[in-house]
Design a protein around this ligand. Structure first.
Ligand SMILES: C[S@@+](CC[C@H](N)C(=O)[O-])C[C@H]1O[C@@H](n2cnc3c(N)ncnc32)[C@H](O)[C@@H]1O
Length: 338
């Protein structure tokens, strides 16, 4: 439990956790799918900026510190002050560097770049590094309760809850691919962010090596779940195996809850909240079985998450309401009974 400084009407505030780390903490209940914050980046640079110093107007001879100094000097004074107050994991508290701050906090985003050559238009996806003031305060967990995604059109990052978060709970994201085995995760966190992970998924019952290998196996299985999942239509028209598809999804959901991986599909940075994919699949399965009870249960769950995600889902919620009222209107109702 953390107690923090109140910040307006935000559902979060900043606070120190038991290790003395500054982090982000929930002030109010945040439902699964609920938006925690939306913010614009304060700095966006090509991921290879250290190679191409011309991005900030320096020639190749410019040293790394000059490079980041030049970058930070373009911010207005208030923003520069806030950026300079962010953590630098590479230095002691009194000896931060602009490069250290940037590398500790910047997130990887992809942008579409117009690579026009002569008369040939060619749009390419390119890797960038972006610094966000608020999300920079989020600590890491190997089973995080939040995920972020960057929207190229609105140029904003949205941080949302992947499971319900209660007041006083720390809000965490994953800095790395959470499907990696525990040993690899800890090595990466130590080498890039200079800390030993004490999240509940690394530390709790891990005195037993069997528990570690069980978790590593579960994470691997989840990372390949959707790739290995048999085709839904094939299941639908197979006269046997009635419950097979449902059991697969329920088991994966349980594993996700145990590992804290509701928000991740396969570790490739996909922006789909995996838990929602299972819910949608269960709606499809129960609908195809014309099972009103199962169908209603999962449509209600889908509705709850879609409502929490925000007003953009109003139309989706309307459709779910229609199906709740008249399950027979569901587009594959009873297909498995044909
Ligand atoms: C992006 S900052 C996160 C916010 C930071 N705690 C602060 O005070 O601003 C990343 C740094 O926070 C610390 N940190 C993040 N997650 C941690 C965790 N699970 N355990 C210990 N330290 C963590 C590490 O020092 C890491 O380099």
């Amino acid at each position: 439990m953390l107690t923090g400084r109140e910040e307006g009407h935000n559902p979060y505030s900043s606070a120190h956790n038991l290790d003395g780390e500054l982090g982000m903490v929930a002030r109010t209940f945040i439902p699964q799918g609920g938006v925690i914050l939306v913010e614009h980046p304060v700095i966006v640079v090509p991921a290879d900026m250290e190679v191409d110093a011309s991005v900030v107007g320096l020639d190749e001879a410019g040293s790394q510190s000059e490079l980041y100094g030049a970058l930070f000097s373009r911010l207005d004074s208030q923003m520069r002050k806030e950026v300079l107050a962010l953590k630098d994991c590479s230095a002691s508290p009194n000896a931060f560097t602009t490069r250290g701050i940037f590398n500790t906090n910047a997130l990887d985003v992809r942008l579409e770049v117009d690579k026009r050559r002569k008369f040939q238009a060619k749009v390419q996806e390119q890797k960038y590094k972006a610094l966000f003031l608020k999300t920079s305060r989020c600590n890491h967990s190997c089973g995080p309760n939040a995920v972020w995604r960057f929207d190229r059109l609105s140029f904003t990052l949205t941080l949302s809850a992947v499971r319900a978060i209660h007041p006083g709970e720390e809000i965490t994201i994953s800095y790395i691919n959470p499907f990696l085995p525990r040993h690899t995760r800890r090595t990466q966190l130590q080498s890039k962010w200079n800390f030993v992970c004490h999240c509940t998924h690394c530390d709790a019952p891990w005195t037993f090596p069997s528990a570690i290998s069980q978790s590593d196996k579960a994470r691997y299985e989840l990372s390949t779940f959707f790739k290995k999942l048999p085709d839904w239509e094939q299941w639908c028209f197979d006269e046997n195996n009635e419950q097979f598809m449902i059991e697969r999804h329920l088991r994966a959901m349980q594993m996700r809850e145990k590992e804290g991986l509701e928000g991740f599909q396969d570790g490739t940075g996909s922006e789909i909240v995996a838990y929602m994919k299972h819910i949608d699949a269960l709606v499809m399965c129960y609908g195809a079985l014309a099972d009103v009870q199962g169908f209603t249960k999962w449509v209600r769950k889908a509705r709850e998450v879609k409502l929490a995600e925000g007003p953009d889902n109003a139309l989706h919620v309307k459709v779910l309401d229609l199906w709740l009222k008249e399950p027979g209107k569901f587009y594959v109702w009873g297909w498995k009974r044909l």
